[in-house]
Design a protein around this ligand. Structure first.
Ligand code: SAJ
Length: 422
């Protein structure tokens, strides 16, 4: 029996041991899903500290701790450090590590390269590596394609949407293989766990590039609507009225203006494709402009505050995380926004129901209270915003609504992004 058939058999019989490398909001749900489907799953993380937290059932992700505690208690899932010798006992390695950008907005592949380094130390004969981390075309091949031994290699970019009820098994998944056998093995594996479609593409590069297009499309379209919102402000038209009408057209997919674009996907991934394009002498002006427009929005909204702020006013920023109902601060535009207020000597405090006092102070901001304020700023429209805002918004409170949350007038007036509710 050749190595491909042997591994395929193990996958089909659920006897293949699966290593999930990287246990954040991508790796952990995937690990738990494979455990639920009765595979032997071993999680690997970079640091002992993270291993300890996860082993104690603390994932750092909203909504996962109970399930994590359960599978650990049932001894169906264990966590170890990536440098563990046990890594080599696995048959399949699914890589779910972060692919951020540097301060210079260049790809930071250090986590991926560290995984490749650890895998290069083990015998990969008959084994399968699948990269789920978001990268530009050819990155999977360049980083994982030249290790020792006859092993299989595929790429299946993650498509998780944190904070939503879309769970891994219900999201259509794309997979491309280095060769047909790698693809067949990857398909056999994911078919065990996914309820939605599994789309096989001709190459790993098509899988990588489709993810780049998905997220650049979103970044550019959010940039477009942010630009329209700035015009709407200038001509006193409500941008949400405009969008609600535009979306009655069959091929208009709505995006919404706001204080900015955060998270580790949308403001980040397009810089991976920009870096590749510039190496090929292709100037992707539209992608660049869309990103710049989004990066300008924190300043644009800060200017609204400055126009209404008077020294001595009590100012509260509600919500600091990058999007509603997630506690993730990565690339949050509200952090940039607050830094601008600080530079302009605006005296403000911050309250976020999903963050601790330490989280807020660590960023150099002061924790605020839900009490009467002169200016109430919506940074993130968490689900508690309606009830929480009632404690802070009084008749003469001015609202700067960074997420166009308030549809009816509250306080003195609501200055949104592309709309004025008064
Ligand atoms: N945002 C806007 N206007 C919009 C939509 C989003 O300003 O119309 C802002 C959000 O407030 C946030 C940022 O953009 O700050 C990103 O929002 P997001 O909804 O795209 O959230 P993410 O970053 O969690 O995106 C994830 C991504 N999933 C993966 O990369 C696998 C993204 O590709 C998905 O499109 C997105 O979920 C989703 O909701 O579909």
């Amino acid at each position: 029996m050749n190595n491909h058939t042997h591994l395929l058999r193990k996958i089909q019989q659920k006897k293949a041991k699966i290593a999930i490398i990287g246990l954040g909001y991508v790796g952990l749900p995937l690990a738990i899903l494979f455990v639920r489907k009765e595979f032997s799953v071993f999680g690997y993380s970079r640091t002992e500290e993270k291993v300890k937290l996860l082993t104690a059932g603390t994932s750092g992700l909203i909504g996962f701790d109970n399930e994590l505690k359960r599978v650990i208690r049932l001894k169906k899932f264990s966590v170890d450090i990536i440098t563990s010798k046990k890594l080599q006992d696995n048959d399949i390695f699914i890589v779910c590590v972060p692919t951020p950008i540097t301060k210079e907005k260049k790809p930071d592949l250090s986590s991926l390269k560290n995984v490749a380094k650890q895998l290069s130390k083990i015998n990969l004969e008959n084994k399968l590596i699948i990269n789920e981390s978001t990268v530009a075309p050819f990155t999977t091949k360049n980083i994982f394609g030249t290790l020792k031994g006859n092993y299989f290699l595929a790429c299946s970019p993650e498509r998780i949407d944190p904070g939503s009820n879309k769970s891994v098994e219900n999201i259509t998944k794309v997979i491309g293989g280095r060769d047909s056998k790698s693809l067949e093995l990857g398909l056999a594996l994911y078919l065990h766990v996914l309820k939605k479609d599994l789309i096989a593409v001709k190459s790993m590069e098509i899988a990588e590039m489709s993810k780049m297009l998905e997220n650049a499309y979103r970044a550019v379209n959010i940039g477009l609507v942010n630009e329209f919102a700035r015009l709407a402000d200038a001509i006193n038209i409500d941008i949400l009225d405009v969008i609600s009408v535009a979306k009655t057209k069959w091929n208009f997919y709505p995006h919404y203006p706001g204080i900015g674009v955060g998270g580790h996907c949308i403001p980040v991934d397009p810089y991976y494709v920009l870096t590749l394009a510039s190496k090929k002498g292709i100037d992707m002006k539209i992608v660049k402009t869309g990103l710049k427009e989004n990066e300008y929005m924190p300043k644009y909204v800060a200017e609204k505050v400055l126009k209404n702020y008077k020294k001595g006013m009590h100012v509260l920023v509600y919500g600091l995380t990058y999007k509603k109902n997630v506690s993730d601060l990565r690339e949050s535009p509200v952090i940039d926004f607050c830094r601008i207020l600080k530079q302009k000597n605006v005296n403000f405090t911050v309250f976020d129901p999903l963050l601790s006092k330490k989280d807020i102070q660590r960023l150099g901001f002061n924790l605020g209270k839900l009490e009467a304020v002169d200016i109430f700023i919506v940074g993130t429209d968490h689900k508690n915003l309606t009830s929480d805002s009632k404690l802070a918004i009084k008749n003469n409170t001015i609202i700067i609504d960074g997420r166009n949350f308030f549809n009816d007038r509250v306080g003195k007036k609501v200055l949104g992004v592309g709309r004025l509710v008064k």
